[in-house]
Design a binder for this molecule. Structure first.
Ligand code: APR
Length: 312
């Protein structure tokens, strides 16, 4: 008898709630919305609200709230948003001290209760948190990714579409590197349905779009007082869906690098094929010298946060 997939969402906050809504609406599986014991009833309330929504929208996924790791046993996918989001004036790296014990707690429990899950980490600072999760759990590198590139690329693509006055559907772009101010929008491969963006958008406009993309998360933090959640949730769900439905999508994700692009023992955004086996392949696309230089700078920034994590 086929059974439904089980999706564990660790953190029932802003991103967690939107993740639950999208996973259920797409009927990707049954959802457990998990939070710390002090917020268990909040998680249960949110889950109940979303389950009642199924009657209106017509989906069969079950959604439950929980504060007990036992309820996550056997999860096929875990999406981790546990942690504190940014406030205005903070960088993602400022969150390391507060979010490090949280990711360690999550990883220790996940190792015990759902060792076979495909894991997508969203908590910030992303590249260091996903590194620490893998270090604590010792999970296989094919079963863990960080969500940043899909979101950063979405921001980049939106700004390009608005500038070129074309449909967002026709913009293709990837943002690689760490999820910080040094991220690398790969202009050499950015097209409007195959037409190089550089032929449609003036150089100075492209530069300001790159800059706005790099600060895209901060722009929202400054407006809302907390970090974004709709596009981050959709981005992670695209990755979860690629795994659950074996779609073999090529998406920019923070993946464990073991020599690819010249980096070792580091998580950073690279083009990844996600299918039923998890991270099935890392695609080493050719980069211009300028892009390679930017990737090196970004890798150094990521490494410096990972070094802090390793010493803590
Ligand atoms: N286990 C499970 N959940 C936890 C834990 C833990 N150890 N510690 C904190 N949480 C929960 C909080 O109780 C809260 O409900 O994580 C949830 C986070 O929700 P929000 O504060 O709404 O934050 P959100 O906007 O969802 O962002 C979460 O993702 O993008 C990143 O920078 C962001 O690190 C932040 C994370």
């Amino acid at each position: 008898m086929p059974t439904r997939k089980k999706i564990g969402l660790i953190g029932a906050g802003n991103i967690g709630g939107e993740l639950a809504r999208l996973c259920a609406n797409k009927e990707l599986g049954d959802v457990v919305l998990f939070d710390i014991p002090a917020k268990e009833s909040f998680a249960k309330g949110k889950a109940l609200d979303l389950e009642q929504n199924s009657s209106v929208l017509g989906y069969d996924s079950a959604i439950s709230g929980s504060g007990k790791w036992e309820d996550l046993k056997g999860a096929d996918v875990l999406i981790v948003t546990a942690g504190i989001p940014r406030k205005p004036g903070q960088s993602r790296d400022d969150l390391v001290a507060v979010n490090l014990p949280i990711i360690r707690d999550v990883a220790n429990n996940a190792k015990k209760y759902c060792p076979d899950a495909f894991v997508i980490v969203i908590s910030n600072p992303l590249d260091a948190m996903v590194y620490e999760y893998m270090r604590v759990t010792g999970c296989d590198k094919s079963k863990i990714v960080g969500m940043a590139g899909v979101l950063d690329s979405a921001r980049f693509q939106l700004f390009l579409a608005r500038e070129a006055n074309v449909s967002i559907k026709d913009v293709r772009a990837m943002v690689l590197g760490g999820h910080g101010d040094d991220m690398v929008p790969v202009l050499s491969m950015t097209t409007i349905n195959g037409v190089p963006a550089t032929t449609l958008i003036a150089k100075d406009k492209l530069s300001s779009i790159v800059e706005r993309t790099r600060k895209g998360g901060g722009e929202i933090v400054n407006l809302m007082g907390t970090s974004a959640y709709y596009a981050p949730a959709s981005s992670a769900v695209a990755m979860a869906e690629a795994y659950l439905l074996d779609q073999k999508r090529l998406l920019p994700c923070a993946a464990y690098l073991d020599g690819e692009f010249g980096y070792k023992d580091l998580f950073m955004g690279v083009p990844v094929v996600i299918g039923g086996k998890g991270v099935e392949k890392i695609i080493e696309i050719p980069l211009t010298d300028e892009e390679k230089g930017m990737l090196t700078k970004s890798a150094q920034s990521v490494q410096s946060v990972v070094d802090v994590v390793k010493k803590s």
